[in-house]
Design a protein. Sequence first.
Length: 398
Amino acid sequence: MTTTPSAAPRRLHRALAMEFYERLRRSALLGILSILVVFVFHAPSAAPMRLWGWTLGISALMVLRAWRAHRIGLRRPRSMEWQLRVDAALTVASAALWGIMLVLFDSGQVDTLFFVRLIVIAAAGAFVQATLSVYIWLYLAYISVIWLHLAFVSMPLHDTSLRFGILLGMLVYFVMLAGNGWHLSRLSRKQVISEQKARSLAALLTKRLERERELLSTQLKLTSQLQRANNELEHLAYHDALTGLMNRRASLIALDKDVTRANRYGHALTIGIADIDHFKRVNDTWGHAAGDAVLHESAQRLCQALRGTDLIGRIGGEEFLLIFDTTGLRGATEVAERLRSILATTPFEIGRDRIDVTISIGLASHRTDETVEALLARADDALYAAKSAGRNQVQSAQ
């Protein structure tokens, strides 16, 4: 997947912003705990208006920041520039309110509440480090505003060494926080880049899997189509296209198997060759389309009249091979007479015409060790005898 040179930095900037707002949503809500600590410790001595005003003001700011972070996380806007500018201002405002806390509740003495405020400020600086260090410049602005307020509060102290110690200690502390924040900023950036690479790799793998799935699906479809085509070719190779019966090749293969079994096991086998009488007259009188219709309908009637164990195939123009497995000449004659009668008694309706069709059938019962050719020859002689005797009849070979 190719991208423009500026696409990767834009994606990184957006991912960093989303990471920032995810952290901000949690830290802003948890920051209310620090506000409660200040409120509880200063409630007995601080002026109520100042205490409640500051508490409600900074709490509202924290809730606003948490709500904004949550909303941005849901909407995931394309451009983060304006959102980050607003949150930079809110970050400075938050730092200023923490600094104002030092001024509002300052009694001019280094007492227990002074150290409580100092500890809360130190904790606030450390607490937001993981969040604001995503953008190190934002974190530096935050701790700088707080330190300036601390310096302002420390100016009235008469003990110079104490004032210097507090300012120097907090400066060193904030510098250490800034250094650690810079390290966290690098780690955050590396983490986001790693997550981006992992997501890109996952997307690439997903796309490749989808592509392979599509190729596999296409291959399966082609295989299925090829299988159907092979089945159709195999069907065409062994079946007559007009009647749907076995063609000459398949009929002779089936007959060869039955003759082989009859020679091996000695069971009965009778075959018949059926020929439609005067079929040329049908073609000459009603046309070849009518002739094809007669052939198709004759094949259907013969199939429906045969037993489940009998076979039929078309071996010539209007000739059909009948195979009566495990059936002697007497049983085959009964079936053949039924076939002849069905065609003779039910005329064919082709369009508006009614065509009378009859068949002649020659039967031959298999003899021990008789070949396929010899069996067919005897059945063909019987058919010739039926034709010579006047057609529309069944004759058996001697």
